[in-house]
Design a protein around this ligand. Structure first.
Ligand code: XMP
Length: 326
């Protein structure tokens, strides 16, 4: 356990200089640990795995193989950004797996939130294991474990992860940011040159948009979640709320309501807007979005997203509500 605790003398990484120093040290550490052996990493595009990927690319270049699994529940533009940043700009050895149909077919008709999570987690591991087995000579598995993960769960990330690999794939772990807090990971990410919106992005659950499409996920409703979320994020960014509000997203309940368009009655989905502030997700309060901005977002969603005739705002704090809807 002792090598799983942060040295109390370790300075908090708050500046570019300290981050650069950390990066230099970690590059040496990584090279010492893995030598010229090969390392595998599940790269979700989240802050932690992205920073680990960028560090390892600096340390060992193409001896790192990144696997990015598109489970169909990512936000608009995410898989494209992962490919652009890591493959095109950083020259990573990146395997992109389009597993959208596999996930969505397995989730079809499944209403129970915990079963949905289990299916997503299981297929994620299955897909990752299949990719790992296709590769020769991998000896190490890199993980974006951060210090709060260690404090909370003894080290292995419990969600959207590769915790339960089969025996023939027991790799030694490489965890270069395991003693860092989230804010430090972000400072290191910026020092590594990762895009600001990737490093400072809001928390995003492992099961992705799947928990914002409550009940049985359908492809049409998932598309409404994805498109409305993209509009909400764009408007928050344009209006200075990105980086200020802790978490914001849309939810589309699994039922329709009546509306009217061009003198015809419609029967379509509703989009719920949710924006909350929190420190550690145990409690959250609702962000007061100014009405003019709400109206702008409403108009854009009603005009630009097919199959929607109503926009609502969730004004519930946590507790009594949770942040996500399921
Ligand atoms: P709740 O909904 O419990 O969410 O108030 C608290 C925080 O956790 C995120 N969340 C998850 N993250 N896997 C994750 O990785 C999950 O299954 C999951 N469920 C909720 C949520 O987005 C919020 O930031």
């Amino acid at each position: 356990m002792s090598n799983n605790l942060r040295d109390p003398k370790m300075e908090r990484i708050t500046t570019k200089e300290l981050a650069d120093q950390f990066i230099d040290e970690q590059i040496k550490e990584i090279r010492k640990q893995v030598g010229n052996k090969k390392v595998l990493l599940a790269l979700s595009g989240g802050v932690d795995s992205s920073v680990v990927a960028a560090l390892l690319i600096k340390a060992i270049g193409n001896n790192l193989t990144c696997v990015h699994v598109n489970h169909g529940l990512l936000r608009k533009g995410e898989p494209e950004q992962v490919i652009k940043v890591f493959k095109e700009e950083l020259g990573a050895n990146l395997i992109y797996v389009d597993a959208v149909d596999r996930f969505l077919d397995a989730l079809a008709g499944v209403e129970d939130p915990e079963r949905k999570r289990k299916i997503i987690g299981k297929i994620f591991i299955d897909v990752f294991v299949e990719e790992a087995r296709k590769l020769d000579d991998i000896e190490f598995l890199a993980q974006g474990t951060i210090y709060p993960d260690i404090l909370e769960s003894n080290g292995i990330k419990s969600h959207h992860n590769v915790g339960g690999l089969p025996d023939d794939l027991k790799f030694e772990l490489v965890e270069p940011v395991k003693f860092l807090y989230k804010d430090e990971v972000r400072v290191v990410g910026e020092a590594l040159g990762l895009p600001h919106n990737m490093v400072y992005r809001q928390p995003f659950p492992g099961p992705g948009l799947g928990v914002r499409c409550p009940g049985a996920i359908t492809r049409d409703r998932l598309e409404v979640v994805r498109e409305s979320d993209a509009i909400l994020r764009e408007e928050f960014a344009l209006n200075g709320l990105e980086g200020k509000v802790w978490q914001y997203f849309t939810v589309v309940p699994p039922f329709k309501s009546t509306g009217i368009k061009d003198n015809q009655r419609t029967f379509e989905y509703m989009v719920v807007l949710r924006a909350v502030n929190s420190i550690d997700a145990t409690k959250a309060t609702v962000e007061e979005i100014p009405y003019p901005l709400l109206f702008k977002i409403r108009d854009r969603i009603l005009n630009e997203v097919k199959g929607v005739n109503r926009v609502l705002v969730d004004i519930s704090d946590k507790p009594v509500a949770t942040i996500e809807w399921e």
